[in-house]
Ligand binder design. Sequence first.
Ligand code: COA
Length: 568
Amino acid sequence: MRILFITHTFNSLTQRLYCELTARGHQVSIEFDIADSVAEEAVALFKPDLIVAPYLRRAIPESIWKKHTCLIVHPGIVGDRGPSALDWAIQEQVGEWGVTVLQAEAEMDAGPIWASETFPMRVAKKSSLYRNEVTEAATRGVLKAAEAFARGGFVPTPLDYGNPEVRGQLRPLMKQVERSIDWSRDTTATVLAKINAADGFPGVADTVFGEACHLFDASAESELRGTPGELIARRETALCRATVDGAVWIGHIKRQDAFKLPATLAFAEQSAALPDAVLAGWWAAQHPTWQDIRYEEASHVGFLHFDFTNGAMGTQQCQRLLTAYRWTLSRPTKVIVLMGGRDFWSNGVHLNLIEAAESPADESWANINAIDDLAEAIITTGSHLTIAAVQGNCGAGGCFLARAADLVWMRDGALMNPHYKNMGNLYGSEYWTYLLPPRVGEDGARAIMQNRLPLTAKAGVANGFIDACLAPDIDAFRVDAARRAAELAAAPDLEQRLAAKREKRLADEAIKPLAQYRAEELEHMRRNFYGFDPSYHVARFHFVQKSPQSWTPRHLAKHRDLDWVVPT
Ligand code: COA
């Protein structure tokens, strides 16, 4: 079938549906929802059999839904309607939630139902639930609906509030007054629910150091205590604030007229005066707290977790991770698993921190060098077998940082975007020119960089970029990765394997030193950062400021390709 996506952006859910439908032989083209006339033009050019709206912020125009079947993905259970579906479910701490695939009609979210899926709720940020449970449920629902549509004769179920099984209801937009935290009364669980329900957007309006701002990225703290509402400590990039029954860490803050930043950087001067609740060493803390880099060990395998919010890795985060990595190499292990974070393994350099720097060009340079140092340390590790266990999504330089490991194991359902060009034609570094071509060939590498499309774990295994696609469930993935890593650590041929790896590195180095790959990549990057063409700085500004899209990139809108022939 020809399937047209009308969507607000090409976000992770849209990318996943794109990959799944394309893998099933459908031709998918994308139009961003910019204006009714633009969507109408896309329909006229693509002549879709089916229209899917994975992520919309406004209604599909009548001119389209009257003539075409349009399936809307709504992140709520059957009967739920309104723009704050997940927000209400998280804030009210419901036990089960769902996704409904319904047909667009005049009344928003009230059309007949093609598919519905449910899932147990987890205490997590809205964005994390969206990227995991909602995405999985939406994928199942859209695939079922698309199959039913292709078979023909399916009659979707009208929404009937008289049916006792319909538990959802029409809910209004959640306002800040409903999100606000009463620090003198709210427990840690309530504070977490409120911030989670607003994360990554719009955040909870609050006051920090006497200034109005929005809070994001909260986690529980079980040991530190203080007067409820008081800021009691800092640690790396986070601030700790007391609640009535404990405390929470606030990871990110958006000051007025600014963009989201790590909390201690948003209020740098004021934060410096707080006591530093530093954790000794890299071992995973044994109590609930905030710890962005943590190490665990089992069965002679070291597991290094780096759960950096949004997978963004600033200069200091890369430097700290490098220190932690070097320390893990001193442990009596032979296999190291680089776990990244639950939601993202890595999305490369930290674009918000770069944007906030006095000289974004200098900060870009420092950041790319810091991430390159880390990649180099992984590539040149001769003492250990290294594995990147990619639980969550991975973008740009983060993909090549993962590829710096000997093996890349990826969760089925996670997505990679191993390309840089979307960020203002950025050339990229992280030794991608050394790491990518041997895996996928020169032509394959060129195609990946040019096409700028997401890669699933299965497609990555097929093209050679990924070594294994493991279980879709995150807990099962972790168990599977740990079991496989322990097997490798106990394998009788481990020492031969390590020796072969060292020889291969020496042979590669003799052909072309790593330093030369890096120098060549950085020469391009120097032009991106300091040259006459400002594209990278412009693209980064729009990315960080979340500027609305004004057109659909041509690599996504197939129907706008010069070679596109309008179907008859
Ligand atoms: N630096 C800072 N923030 C980043 C980031 C980065 N490198 N990559 C992602 N983010 C942030 C986004 O701004 C967004 O923030 P929010 O919490 O305010 O919503 C959040 O992470 C999630 O990103 P989003 O784009 O919504 O996620 P996605 O899963 O739909 O898309 C990517 C993932 C990787 C395709 C997309 O985030 C991206 O292109 N990131 C930039 C990658 C890049 O160019 N890195 C620099 C070169 S190495």
